[in-house]
Design a protein around this ligand. Sequence first.
Ligand code: SF4
Ligand code: SF4
Length: 163
Amino acid sequence: MWDWRQSGLKSGMADRFWETKRLDEMTDAEWESLCDGCGKCCLVLLVDEETGGVFETDVACRLYDPEARRCGDYANRLARVPDCVRVTPENAGALHWMPRTCAYGRLARGEGLPDWHPLLTGDPKSTARAGAAASKNLLSEADIAPEDLESRIVIERPGRPKT
Ligand code: SF4
Ligand code: SF4
């Protein structure tokens, strides 16, 4: 979860670094600016152990702020939420549960950014306008018992494309 406006980077950057650099060549600011702010990696997911299917719920991580679509404590997220996964150049292509639209996975798969990505539009709201962001109408996992999560399933998350 990142707001590219805080990164010091400008949208529509002339050098379009995401097209010229590998993920492991990017600066920290460039890397963070790839996040489109969709919030979908902060939803509680359930996995069908038989089929491997991944299901989105309308429940979010206890640190997530649905209104802002941001982590409530990004700097300390890994210490505060042990199962929060840090996306890296090494794992970006392997996190099968991430949304297909996530820029990290897309670039790792050689797909490029979607045309609504804030780095291309200059507008951080373009992710939501494209229908690619998480709903703002979410429960917090702090307020729901684990045994009730199954009843909160909203949709099956599409799997990774076959490579
Ligand atoms: S799924 Fe990807 S693009 Fe969306 S908030 Fe998470 S890291 Fe950012
Ligand atoms: S701690 Fe929770 S809200 Fe913050 S980035 Fe991780 S999953 Fe998202």
